[in-house]
Ligand binder design. Sequence first.
Ligand code: GRG
Length: 286
Amino acid sequence: MTRAPLVFSLENWATPRREQLLPRLRAPVLDAVPEAFSEACVYPLVSGGKRVRPLLTIAAAEAVAGSVNEATWAAAVAVEYIHTYSLVHDDLPAMDDDDLRRGRPTVHRAFTEGTAILVGDALLTAAFEVLARIANPALAIQMVRELTDAAGHRGMIAGQALDIGMGSPISDLSSLQDVHRRKTGALIRCAIRMGAISVGASESQLVSLTTFGEAVGLAFQLADDILDADEDAGEEGPPSYVRMLGIDETRRRAEQELDWALASLANLDDASALRSLAQFIVLRDH
Ligand code: GRG
């Protein structure tokens, strides 16, 4: 199995990129009306998320071109907006009804339920605005299509609809996988594809990175279920990989997806950051 060289430090690579991302996340919603609504929109954007998806976007662009451009940043902002809105809405009383997110009050607890609904709506809309403002109109349209497929009614929202019981019962591995492929995998795959597309990836590079994105998306969810394993220990509760497969087999499959993801990067010049991010996603402790 190919592992990232020991000299590559993910933290050294990620820290300046997270810093460069932050003002780009804040700026588009600072002119929200009324003014106080900007504060509510910024609140979930600056509350300590790991930034896995935008970092994957940036790493994919760097693996293809060695650098990023303004379209890469637009894509990075757009995926983090979609991710953030999905968490804000998922935390609402009508969904998971959570009081805390990343150790802080959820948006509907810090503000009001109505505000949280509107913050999610604003971030969802702003994601597409940011992409629509990419200077190259053909590239902008391509990015909008990518994000629509991943975030919309066939992607993340479909996954959530299945998850809240609108489809057949999630009774086997293939139906569980279908939910997760849509609910979390599609946006991760899209984050990587948009990074590659932003710098003009070739068809073969895009194929490799799509394979990488699909494996990382699945590995992310397997790792998430391992992190939730204590909650999932009993027989009762929502379907999860740990409930269906047991913890050891879930770990084995996460490692297998990681191997598969790393193997797909063979034709890219410098994929150190992508490799490290994939390893982080599987081995993370939060
Ligand atoms: C409500 C429209 C709507 C969609 C919700 C993705 C989703 C669909 C809900 C998220 C619920 C959830 C907690 C899913 C588990 C996987 C996940 C997205 C975990 C959080 O992602 P991280 O670990 O979060 O990247 P941070 O906090 O680092 O940003």
